[in-house]
Design a protein around this ligand. Structure first.
Ligand SMILES: Cc1cc2nc3c(=O)[nH]c(=O)nc-3n(C[C@H](O)[C@H](O)[C@H](O)COP(=O)(O)OP(=O)(O)OC[C@H]3O[C@@H](n4cnc5c(N)ncnc54)[C@H](O)[C@@H]3O)c2cc1C
Ligand SMILES: NC(=O)c1ccc[n+]([C@@H]2O[C@H](COP(=O)([O-])OP(=O)(O)OC[C@H]3O[C@@H](n4cnc5c(N)ncnc54)[C@H](O)[C@@H]3O)[C@@H](O)[C@H]2O)c1
Length: 438
Protein backbone atom coordinates (compact mmCIF):
# COMPACT_ATOMS: atom_id res chain seq x y z
CA UNK A 1 0.00 0.00 0.00
CA UNK A 2 1.57 3.28 -1.12
CA UNK A 3 0.02 6.29 0.62
CA UNK A 4 0.41 9.39 -1.56
CA UNK A 5 0.87 9.34 -5.34
CA UNK A 6 3.45 12.08 -5.95
CA UNK A 7 6.97 11.68 -7.29
CA UNK A 8 8.02 9.19 -4.59
CA UNK A 9 4.78 7.22 -4.42
CA UNK A 10 4.48 6.83 -8.19
CA UNK A 11 8.02 5.50 -8.47
CA UNK A 12 7.64 2.95 -5.66
CA UNK A 13 4.22 1.78 -6.88
CA UNK A 14 5.31 1.46 -10.52
CA UNK A 15 8.44 -0.48 -9.56
CA UNK A 16 6.50 -2.89 -7.37
CA UNK A 17 3.82 -3.32 -10.02
CA UNK A 18 6.40 -4.09 -12.70
CA UNK A 19 7.99 -6.62 -10.37
CA UNK A 20 4.64 -8.42 -10.20
CA UNK A 21 3.75 -7.38 -6.65
CA UNK A 22 0.20 -6.68 -5.57
CA UNK A 23 0.27 -2.89 -5.13
CA UNK A 24 -2.24 -0.08 -4.59
CA UNK A 25 -1.58 3.66 -4.68
CA UNK A 26 -3.79 5.98 -2.61
CA UNK A 27 -4.07 9.54 -3.95
CA UNK A 28 -6.55 12.22 -2.98
CA UNK A 29 -5.59 14.88 -5.50
CA UNK A 30 -3.58 14.25 -8.67
CA UNK A 31 -1.46 11.20 -9.46
CA UNK A 32 1.97 12.75 -9.98
CA UNK A 33 1.78 15.03 -6.93
CA UNK A 34 3.23 18.52 -6.76
CA UNK A 35 6.17 18.41 -9.14
CA UNK A 36 4.54 18.10 -12.59
CA UNK A 37 1.46 20.23 -11.94
CA UNK A 38 2.22 22.83 -9.24
CA UNK A 39 5.96 22.95 -8.55
CA UNK A 40 9.06 22.02 -10.56
CA UNK A 41 7.65 21.86 -14.07
CA UNK A 42 5.45 25.00 -14.15
CA UNK A 43 8.06 27.06 -12.27
CA UNK A 44 10.89 26.04 -14.60
CA UNK A 45 8.65 26.71 -17.59
CA UNK A 46 7.85 30.25 -16.41
CA UNK A 47 11.51 30.95 -15.58
CA UNK A 48 12.52 29.89 -19.08
CA UNK A 49 9.78 32.00 -20.67
CA UNK A 50 10.97 34.97 -18.59
CA UNK A 51 14.56 34.45 -19.77
CA UNK A 52 13.38 34.28 -23.39
CA UNK A 53 11.36 37.46 -23.03
CA UNK A 54 8.04 35.83 -23.97
CA UNK A 55 4.74 37.52 -23.19
CA UNK A 56 2.85 36.55 -20.02
CA UNK A 57 0.03 35.06 -22.11
CA UNK A 58 2.43 32.84 -24.04
CA UNK A 59 4.29 31.91 -20.85
CA UNK A 60 1.05 30.87 -19.12
CA UNK A 61 -0.08 28.87 -22.15
CA UNK A 62 3.26 27.07 -22.30
CA UNK A 63 3.28 26.47 -18.52
CA UNK A 64 -0.21 25.00 -18.55
CA UNK A 65 0.54 22.73 -21.50
CA UNK A 66 3.69 21.42 -19.82
CA UNK A 67 1.71 20.91 -16.60
CA UNK A 68 -0.76 18.76 -18.60
CA UNK A 69 -3.47 21.29 -17.71
CA UNK A 70 -3.30 19.79 -14.19
CA UNK A 71 -5.02 16.61 -15.35
CA UNK A 72 -3.60 13.25 -14.40
CA UNK A 73 -5.18 10.85 -16.91
CA UNK A 74 -1.80 10.04 -18.47
CA UNK A 75 -0.23 9.38 -15.07
CA UNK A 76 -3.16 7.16 -14.08
CA UNK A 77 -2.89 5.26 -17.37
CA UNK A 78 0.82 4.67 -16.72
CA UNK A 79 -0.04 3.24 -13.29
CA UNK A 80 -2.57 0.86 -14.87
CA UNK A 81 0.04 -0.27 -17.43
CA UNK A 82 2.40 -1.06 -14.56
CA UNK A 83 -0.26 -3.13 -12.78
CA UNK A 84 -0.92 -0.61 -9.99
CA UNK A 85 -4.43 -0.22 -8.54
CA UNK A 86 -5.16 3.48 -7.98
CA UNK A 87 -7.44 4.18 -5.01
CA UNK A 88 -8.82 7.72 -5.26
CA UNK A 89 -9.44 9.42 -1.94
CA UNK A 90 -7.90 10.35 1.34
CA UNK A 91 -6.11 7.51 3.08
CA UNK A 92 -5.90 7.01 6.83
CA UNK A 93 -4.29 4.06 8.56
CA UNK A 94 -6.66 2.34 11.00
CA UNK A 95 -4.16 -0.03 12.56
CA UNK A 96 -1.61 -2.70 11.59
CA UNK A 97 -2.49 -3.97 8.10
CA UNK A 98 -5.64 -1.84 7.77
CA UNK A 99 -6.23 1.43 5.92
CA UNK A 100 -9.37 3.38 5.12
CA UNK A 101 -9.73 5.28 1.84
CA UNK A 102 -12.80 7.49 1.80
CA UNK A 103 -14.82 5.10 3.92
CA UNK A 104 -13.71 1.84 2.29
CA UNK A 105 -11.32 -0.42 4.21
CA UNK A 106 -8.37 -2.16 2.59
CA UNK A 107 -5.68 -4.49 3.91
CA UNK A 108 -1.92 -4.36 3.40
CA UNK A 109 1.33 -6.03 4.34
CA UNK A 110 3.84 -3.22 3.70
CA UNK A 111 3.00 0.48 3.89
CA UNK A 112 5.02 3.17 2.11
CA UNK A 113 4.25 6.72 3.28
CA UNK A 114 4.80 9.28 0.48
CA UNK A 115 2.41 12.07 1.46
CA UNK A 116 4.76 14.94 0.59
CA UNK A 117 4.71 18.37 2.19
CA UNK A 118 2.49 21.44 2.37
CA UNK A 119 3.20 25.18 2.56
CA UNK A 120 3.89 26.51 6.05
CA UNK A 121 1.83 29.61 6.76
CA UNK A 122 3.40 31.76 9.48
CA UNK A 123 1.11 32.98 12.27
CA UNK A 124 0.97 36.58 11.03
CA UNK A 125 -1.85 38.76 12.39
CA UNK A 126 -4.55 39.22 9.74
CA UNK A 127 -2.98 36.86 7.18
CA UNK A 128 -5.71 34.23 7.53
CA UNK A 129 -8.37 36.89 6.85
CA UNK A 130 -7.01 38.02 3.47
CA UNK A 131 -6.79 36.00 0.28
CA UNK A 132 -3.18 34.89 -0.22
CA UNK A 133 -1.35 32.68 -2.68
CA UNK A 134 0.99 29.81 -2.03
CA UNK A 135 3.17 28.48 -4.85
CA UNK A 136 0.20 26.31 -5.95
CA UNK A 137 -1.78 29.37 -7.02
CA UNK A 138 1.25 31.33 -8.23
CA UNK A 139 1.98 28.47 -10.62
CA UNK A 140 -1.49 27.67 -11.83
CA UNK A 141 -3.64 30.81 -12.14
CA UNK A 142 -3.42 33.23 -15.08
CA UNK A 143 -3.34 36.45 -12.98
CA UNK A 144 -0.40 38.83 -13.06
CA UNK A 145 -0.73 40.98 -9.91
CA UNK A 146 0.30 44.60 -10.30
CA UNK A 147 1.92 44.71 -6.83
CA UNK A 148 3.07 41.33 -5.46
CA UNK A 149 4.61 40.78 -2.04
CA UNK A 150 6.57 37.53 -1.70
CA UNK A 151 6.89 36.37 1.90
CA UNK A 152 10.14 34.40 2.17
CA UNK A 153 13.43 34.57 0.31
CA UNK A 154 14.14 30.84 0.02
CA UNK A 155 14.18 28.86 -3.25
CA UNK A 156 10.44 29.27 -3.87
CA UNK A 157 10.39 33.00 -3.03
CA UNK A 158 13.43 33.77 -5.20
CA UNK A 159 12.18 31.81 -8.22
CA UNK A 160 8.72 33.37 -8.01
CA UNK A 161 10.09 36.89 -7.44
CA UNK A 162 12.16 36.60 -10.61
CA UNK A 163 9.25 35.25 -12.65
CA UNK A 164 6.72 37.87 -11.62
CA UNK A 165 9.21 40.76 -11.82
CA UNK A 166 10.26 39.66 -15.31
CA UNK A 167 6.65 39.77 -16.50
CA UNK A 168 6.04 43.24 -15.07
CA UNK A 169 4.70 42.86 -11.52
CA UNK A 170 6.09 45.27 -8.97
CA UNK A 171 7.62 42.69 -6.59
CA UNK A 172 8.71 43.08 -2.96
CA UNK A 173 10.40 40.21 -1.11
CA UNK A 174 10.14 40.14 2.68
CA UNK A 175 12.81 37.91 4.22
CA UNK A 176 13.23 37.72 7.99
CA UNK A 177 16.88 36.69 7.70
CA UNK A 178 19.45 39.24 6.60
CA UNK A 179 19.93 37.67 3.17
CA UNK A 180 18.32 35.50 0.53
CA UNK A 181 18.85 31.71 0.46
CA UNK A 182 20.02 31.69 4.07
CA UNK A 183 20.88 28.00 4.08
CA UNK A 184 23.47 28.43 1.33
CA UNK A 185 26.91 30.04 1.02
CA UNK A 186 26.49 33.83 1.51
CA UNK A 187 27.88 34.80 -1.93
CA UNK A 188 25.04 32.89 -3.62
CA UNK A 189 22.25 34.85 -1.94
CA UNK A 190 24.16 38.09 -2.51
CA UNK A 191 24.56 37.35 -6.23
CA UNK A 192 20.85 36.66 -6.52
CA UNK A 193 19.96 39.77 -4.53
CA UNK A 194 21.96 41.90 -6.95
CA UNK A 195 20.20 40.41 -9.97
CA UNK A 196 16.74 40.79 -8.43
CA UNK A 197 17.44 44.39 -7.40
CA UNK A 198 18.54 45.18 -10.96
CA UNK A 199 15.20 43.82 -12.14
CA UNK A 200 13.47 46.31 -9.83
CA UNK A 201 12.59 43.91 -7.00
CA UNK A 202 12.36 45.64 -3.62
CA UNK A 203 14.20 43.41 -1.11
CA UNK A 204 13.21 43.89 2.52
CA UNK A 205 15.89 41.78 4.21
CA UNK A 206 16.00 41.33 7.97
CA UNK A 207 12.31 42.24 8.25
CA UNK A 208 9.47 39.91 9.18
CA UNK A 209 5.85 40.44 8.23
CA UNK A 210 4.07 41.75 11.33
CA UNK A 211 0.45 42.07 10.24
CA UNK A 212 -1.83 42.43 7.21
CA UNK A 213 -5.09 44.25 6.66
CA UNK A 214 -7.44 44.84 3.76
CA UNK A 215 -7.17 48.33 2.29
CA UNK A 216 -9.41 48.88 -0.70
CA UNK A 217 -8.13 48.35 -3.26
CA UNK A 218 -5.65 45.74 -2.06
CA UNK A 219 -3.79 45.06 1.15
CA UNK A 220 -1.69 47.00 3.64
CA UNK A 221 1.26 45.19 5.29
CA UNK A 222 3.18 46.19 8.42
CA UNK A 223 6.75 44.96 8.81
CA UNK A 224 8.69 44.24 11.99
CA UNK A 225 11.15 47.03 11.11
CA UNK A 226 8.31 49.57 11.21
CA UNK A 227 7.95 49.78 7.43
CA UNK A 228 4.62 49.48 5.59
CA UNK A 229 3.76 48.19 2.14
CA UNK A 230 0.70 48.23 -0.10
CA UNK A 231 0.07 45.22 -2.31
CA UNK A 232 -2.54 43.52 -4.44
CA UNK A 233 -1.47 39.98 -3.57
CA UNK A 234 0.71 38.15 -1.04
CA UNK A 235 2.53 34.98 -2.02
CA UNK A 236 3.44 32.95 1.06
CA UNK A 237 6.75 31.16 0.36
CA UNK A 238 7.85 30.76 3.96
CA UNK A 239 8.83 27.10 3.90
CA UNK A 240 7.08 23.73 3.74
CA UNK A 241 6.09 21.18 6.39
CA UNK A 242 6.07 17.41 5.94
CA UNK A 243 2.45 16.19 5.64
CA UNK A 244 2.27 13.87 8.64
CA UNK A 245 -0.96 14.74 10.39
CA UNK A 246 -4.23 12.82 10.16
CA UNK A 247 -2.59 9.82 8.50
CA UNK A 248 -3.22 7.47 11.43
CA UNK A 249 0.47 6.64 11.74
CA UNK A 250 0.10 6.71 15.53
CA UNK A 251 -2.01 3.53 15.21
CA UNK A 252 1.18 1.84 14.00
CA UNK A 253 3.19 3.18 16.93
CA UNK A 254 4.93 5.77 14.70
CA UNK A 255 5.34 9.01 16.62
CA UNK A 256 4.92 12.07 14.39
CA UNK A 257 4.82 15.72 15.33
CA UNK A 258 3.72 18.77 13.32
CA UNK A 259 6.57 20.34 11.36
CA UNK A 260 8.78 17.24 11.59
CA UNK A 261 9.29 14.51 9.04
CA UNK A 262 8.42 10.85 9.49
CA UNK A 263 11.61 9.40 10.97
CA UNK A 264 13.46 7.02 8.65
CA UNK A 265 16.61 4.96 9.00
CA UNK A 266 19.26 4.61 6.27
CA UNK A 267 17.10 2.05 4.41
CA UNK A 268 14.13 4.48 4.49
CA UNK A 269 12.33 2.15 6.91
CA UNK A 270 10.33 3.88 9.63
CA UNK A 271 11.70 2.64 12.94
CA UNK A 272 8.82 0.87 14.61
CA UNK A 273 7.61 1.28 18.15
CA UNK A 274 6.07 -1.63 19.99
CA UNK A 275 3.90 -3.62 17.55
CA UNK A 276 4.44 -0.98 14.89
CA UNK A 277 4.40 -3.01 11.74
CA UNK A 278 2.22 -2.48 8.74
CA UNK A 279 0.84 -5.96 9.16
CA UNK A 280 2.97 -8.81 7.83
CA UNK A 281 5.50 -6.32 6.49
CA UNK A 282 6.97 -2.99 7.48
CA UNK A 283 6.48 0.75 7.28
CA UNK A 284 8.61 2.82 4.91
CA UNK A 285 8.69 6.46 3.88
CA UNK A 286 10.13 8.46 0.97
CA UNK A 287 10.07 12.03 -0.32
CA UNK A 288 9.23 15.36 1.33
CA UNK A 289 7.32 13.62 4.13
CA UNK A 290 10.66 12.46 5.56
CA UNK A 291 11.88 16.09 5.71
CA UNK A 292 15.33 14.90 4.61
CA UNK A 293 16.14 16.68 1.35
CA UNK A 294 12.86 18.03 -0.08
CA UNK A 295 13.57 17.93 -3.80
CA UNK A 296 12.14 15.79 -6.56
CA UNK A 297 15.45 14.07 -7.22
CA UNK A 298 15.81 13.25 -3.50
CA UNK A 299 12.24 11.89 -3.46
CA UNK A 300 13.11 9.70 -6.43
CA UNK A 301 16.32 8.55 -4.75
CA UNK A 302 14.58 7.58 -1.51
CA UNK A 303 11.83 5.86 -3.51
CA UNK A 304 14.45 3.76 -5.30
CA UNK A 305 15.98 2.87 -1.93
CA UNK A 306 12.57 1.75 -0.59
CA UNK A 307 11.83 -0.18 -3.77
CA UNK A 308 15.13 -2.01 -3.65
CA UNK A 309 14.65 -2.98 0.00
CA UNK A 310 11.07 -4.11 -0.61
CA UNK A 311 12.27 -6.28 -3.48
CA UNK A 312 14.80 -7.92 -1.20
CA UNK A 313 17.99 -6.09 -2.24
CA UNK A 314 19.25 -4.17 0.79
CA UNK A 315 20.13 -0.58 -0.07
CA UNK A 316 21.10 2.36 2.11
CA UNK A 317 20.63 6.03 1.26
CA UNK A 318 23.58 8.40 1.27
CA UNK A 319 22.60 12.08 1.36
CA UNK A 320 26.06 13.65 1.18
CA UNK A 321 25.78 14.82 -2.41
CA UNK A 322 22.14 15.68 -3.16
CA UNK A 323 22.13 18.90 -5.23
CA UNK A 324 20.02 21.90 -4.16
CA UNK A 325 19.22 24.11 -7.13
CA UNK A 326 17.44 27.42 -7.53
CA UNK A 327 16.64 27.82 -11.22
CA UNK A 328 16.82 31.58 -11.41
CA UNK A 329 19.03 33.41 -13.90
CA UNK A 330 21.78 32.94 -12.86
CA UNK A 331 21.19 29.48 -11.40
CA UNK A 332 22.24 28.95 -7.79
CA UNK A 333 23.56 25.42 -7.31
CA UNK A 334 24.67 24.01 -3.96
CA UNK A 335 25.72 20.51 -3.00
CA UNK A 336 27.08 18.87 0.12
CA UNK A 337 28.02 20.87 3.16
CA UNK A 338 27.72 24.67 3.30
CA UNK A 339 30.48 26.70 5.04
CA UNK A 340 28.05 27.44 7.91
CA UNK A 341 27.27 23.75 8.42
CA UNK A 342 30.97 22.87 8.32
CA UNK A 343 31.61 25.41 11.08
CA UNK A 344 28.80 23.89 13.17
CA UNK A 345 30.33 20.44 12.72
CA UNK A 346 33.82 21.68 13.58
CA UNK A 347 35.25 20.55 10.23
CA UNK A 348 38.64 22.01 9.25
CA UNK A 349 37.38 23.50 5.98
CA UNK A 350 39.48 24.69 3.08
CA UNK A 351 37.68 26.89 0.57
CA UNK A 352 38.66 28.28 -2.79
CA UNK A 353 36.64 30.27 -5.29
CA UNK A 354 36.72 31.61 -8.83
CA UNK A 355 34.76 34.31 -10.63
CA UNK A 356 33.13 33.05 -13.80
CA UNK A 357 34.01 36.35 -15.49
CA UNK A 358 37.55 34.99 -15.85
CA UNK A 359 36.43 32.14 -18.13
CA UNK A 360 36.48 32.43 -21.91
CA UNK A 361 32.90 31.15 -21.88
CA UNK A 362 31.73 34.21 -19.97
CA UNK A 363 33.18 36.40 -22.73
CA UNK A 364 31.46 34.30 -25.39
CA UNK A 365 28.13 34.48 -23.55
CA UNK A 366 28.72 38.21 -22.87
CA UNK A 367 27.69 37.52 -19.27
CA UNK A 368 30.23 38.20 -16.54
CA UNK A 369 28.02 37.24 -13.57
CA UNK A 370 28.73 34.42 -11.20
CA UNK A 371 31.17 32.56 -9.03
CA UNK A 372 31.97 29.07 -7.91
CA UNK A 373 33.26 28.04 -4.48
CA UNK A 374 34.58 24.61 -3.52
CA UNK A 375 34.88 23.34 0.06
CA UNK A 376 37.28 20.57 1.07
CA UNK A 377 37.88 18.66 4.28
CA UNK A 378 41.58 19.30 4.94
CA UNK A 379 42.00 16.16 7.02
CA UNK A 380 40.64 13.84 4.31
CA UNK A 381 41.77 15.64 1.14
CA UNK A 382 38.33 15.39 -0.49
CA UNK A 383 35.59 17.82 -1.50
CA UNK A 384 32.62 17.90 0.87
CA UNK A 385 30.64 20.83 -0.53
CA UNK A 386 30.35 23.40 -3.29
CA UNK A 387 28.21 26.30 -4.43
CA UNK A 388 27.92 28.14 -7.71
CA UNK A 389 25.93 31.05 -9.02
CA UNK A 390 26.09 31.07 -12.79
CA UNK A 391 24.41 30.32 -16.08
CA UNK A 392 23.63 26.60 -16.52
CA UNK A 393 25.34 25.78 -13.18
CA UNK A 394 22.75 23.02 -12.71
CA UNK A 395 24.41 21.20 -15.61
CA UNK A 396 28.14 21.84 -15.23
CA UNK A 397 28.30 21.37 -11.45
CA UNK A 398 27.12 17.73 -11.59
CA UNK A 399 30.69 16.48 -11.67
CA UNK A 400 31.21 18.07 -8.26
CA UNK A 401 28.28 16.04 -6.90
CA UNK A 402 30.00 12.95 -8.27
CA UNK A 403 33.35 13.97 -6.75
CA UNK A 404 31.73 14.47 -3.32
CA UNK A 405 29.74 11.24 -3.47
CA UNK A 406 32.67 9.19 -4.74
CA UNK A 407 35.12 10.90 -2.36
CA UNK A 408 37.51 11.38 -5.26
CA UNK A 409 40.89 12.61 -3.97
CA UNK A 410 41.67 16.23 -4.83
CA UNK A 411 44.93 15.07 -6.37
CA UNK A 412 42.95 13.10 -8.97
CA UNK A 413 40.34 15.84 -9.55
CA UNK A 414 43.12 18.26 -10.52
CA UNK A 415 44.00 15.90 -13.38
CA UNK A 416 40.55 16.13 -15.00
CA UNK A 417 40.49 18.15 -18.23
CA UNK A 418 37.51 20.34 -19.13
CA UNK A 419 36.51 21.34 -22.62
CA UNK A 420 37.28 24.87 -23.78
CA UNK A 421 35.41 27.23 -23.65
CA UNK A 422 33.04 26.05 -20.89
CA UNK A 423 31.97 27.27 -17.48
CA UNK A 424 33.15 23.88 -16.24
CA UNK A 425 36.74 25.12 -16.59
CA UNK A 426 36.07 27.46 -13.67
CA UNK A 427 36.55 24.64 -11.15
CA UNK A 428 40.10 23.83 -12.28
CA UNK A 429 41.88 26.74 -10.57
CA UNK A 430 40.12 26.31 -7.18
CA UNK A 431 40.77 22.57 -7.30
CA UNK A 432 44.49 23.20 -7.85
CA UNK A 433 44.48 25.77 -5.06
CA UNK A 434 42.82 23.36 -2.63
CA UNK A 435 45.15 20.49 -3.56
CA UNK A 436 48.15 22.78 -3.07
CA UNK A 437 47.02 23.74 0.43
CA UNK A 438 46.54 20.19 1.76
C1 LIG B 1 7.25 25.98 -6.11
C2 LIG B 1 8.11 24.76 -5.98
C3 LIG B 1 9.09 24.51 -6.92
C4 LIG B 1 9.89 23.38 -6.80
N1 LIG B 1 10.86 23.18 -7.73
C5 LIG B 1 11.63 22.10 -7.64
C6 LIG B 1 12.63 21.84 -8.62
O1 LIG B 1 12.80 22.59 -9.58
N2 LIG B 1 13.38 20.73 -8.50
C7 LIG B 1 13.22 19.87 -7.45
O2 LIG B 1 13.93 18.87 -7.39
N3 LIG B 1 12.28 20.08 -6.51
C8 LIG B 1 11.48 21.17 -6.58
N4 LIG B 1 10.50 21.36 -5.65
C9 LIG B 1 10.30 20.35 -4.60
C10 LIG B 1 9.48 19.15 -5.15
O3 LIG B 1 8.27 19.62 -5.73
C11 LIG B 1 9.17 18.16 -4.04
O4 LIG B 1 10.37 17.81 -3.39
C12 LIG B 1 8.52 16.89 -4.59
O5 LIG B 1 7.32 17.18 -5.27
C13 LIG B 1 8.26 15.90 -3.46
O6 LIG B 1 7.62 14.75 -3.94
P1 LIG B 1 6.80 13.81 -2.95
O7 LIG B 1 6.45 12.59 -3.70
O8 LIG B 1 7.54 13.65 -1.68
O9 LIG B 1 5.50 14.64 -2.57
P2 LIG B 1 4.29 15.21 -3.46
O10 LIG B 1 4.65 15.38 -4.87
O11 LIG B 1 3.74 16.37 -2.72
O12 LIG B 1 3.22 14.02 -3.40
C14 LIG B 1 2.50 13.69 -2.25
C15 LIG B 1 1.12 13.22 -2.68
O13 LIG B 1 0.46 12.63 -1.58
C16 LIG B 1 -0.91 12.94 -1.65
N5 LIG B 1 -1.46 12.76 -0.31
C17 LIG B 1 -1.05 13.36 0.84
N6 LIG B 1 -1.75 12.88 1.89
C18 LIG B 1 -2.61 11.96 1.39
C19 LIG B 1 -3.59 11.12 1.98
N7 LIG B 1 -3.82 11.10 3.30
N8 LIG B 1 -4.30 10.30 1.17
C20 LIG B 1 -4.09 10.30 -0.16
N9 LIG B 1 -3.15 11.05 -0.77
C21 LIG B 1 -2.43 11.87 0.00
C22 LIG B 1 -0.92 14.38 -2.15
O14 LIG B 1 -2.16 14.68 -2.75
C23 LIG B 1 0.23 14.36 -3.16
O15 LIG B 1 -0.21 14.09 -4.47
C24 LIG B 1 9.70 22.48 -5.73
C25 LIG B 1 8.70 22.72 -4.78
C26 LIG B 1 7.91 23.86 -4.90
C27 LIG B 1 6.84 24.11 -3.87
N1 LIG C 1 14.66 24.16 -7.40
C1 LIG C 1 14.38 23.42 -6.34
O1 LIG C 1 14.93 22.35 -6.12
C2 LIG C 1 13.36 23.91 -5.45
C3 LIG C 1 12.69 25.06 -5.79
C4 LIG C 1 11.77 25.51 -4.93
C5 LIG C 1 11.53 24.83 -3.76
N2 LIG C 1 12.18 23.71 -3.45
C6 LIG C 1 11.93 23.03 -2.16
O2 LIG C 1 10.81 23.60 -1.52
C7 LIG C 1 11.16 23.83 -0.14
C8 LIG C 1 10.45 25.06 0.37
O3 LIG C 1 11.03 26.25 -0.18
P1 LIG C 1 10.73 27.66 0.46
O4 LIG C 1 11.51 28.66 -0.30
O5 LIG C 1 9.26 27.83 0.60
O6 LIG C 1 11.24 27.47 1.96
P2 LIG C 1 12.57 27.81 2.77
O7 LIG C 1 12.33 27.28 4.13
O8 LIG C 1 13.77 27.39 2.05
O9 LIG C 1 12.61 29.42 2.83
C9 LIG C 1 11.59 30.14 3.47
C10 LIG C 1 12.14 31.50 3.88
O10 LIG C 1 11.06 32.26 4.42
C11 LIG C 1 11.54 33.04 5.49
N3 LIG C 1 10.41 33.34 6.39
C12 LIG C 1 9.64 32.46 7.06
N4 LIG C 1 8.69 33.11 7.78
C13 LIG C 1 8.86 34.45 7.54
C14 LIG C 1 8.19 35.61 7.98
N5 LIG C 1 7.15 35.55 8.80
N6 LIG C 1 8.65 36.82 7.54
C15 LIG C 1 9.70 36.87 6.69
N7 LIG C 1 10.37 35.78 6.24
C16 LIG C 1 9.95 34.59 6.65
C17 LIG C 1 12.60 32.17 6.14
O11 LIG C 1 13.54 32.95 6.84
C18 LIG C 1 13.21 31.44 4.94
O12 LIG C 1 14.37 32.08 4.45
C19 LIG C 1 12.67 23.94 -0.09
O13 LIG C 1 13.14 23.33 1.07
C20 LIG C 1 13.15 23.25 -1.30
O14 LIG C 1 13.71 21.99 -0.98
C21 LIG C 1 13.11 23.24 -4.27
Amino acid sequence: MVLGGGTAGELVAAGLGRAGRDVALVENRLVGGESPYFACVPSKSLLLSARRGETWELAVARRDELAAYREDDRAVARMAEDGVTVLRGRGRVLGPGRIEVDGAEHGFDDLVVCTGSEPAVPPVEGLADVPFWTSDEALSVPDLPRRLVVLGGGPVGCEMAQVYAAFGSQVTVIEAAGRLLTAEAPFAGEALAEVLRRMGVDLRLGAALGSVERKEPGLRLWLSDGGTLDADRILVAAGRRPRVEGLGLDTLGVAVSPGHGVPVDETCAVPSGAGATGGAGGVWAAGDVTGVARTTHAARYQARVVLSNLLGRRREADYRAIPRVVYTTPTVYSVGISPMRAAELGIDLLSAGYDLAATARAAVEADDRGRVELYADRSRGVLIGAAAAGLYAEEWMSEIALAIRAETPLSLLTDVVHAFPTYGESIEAPLRELAGRL
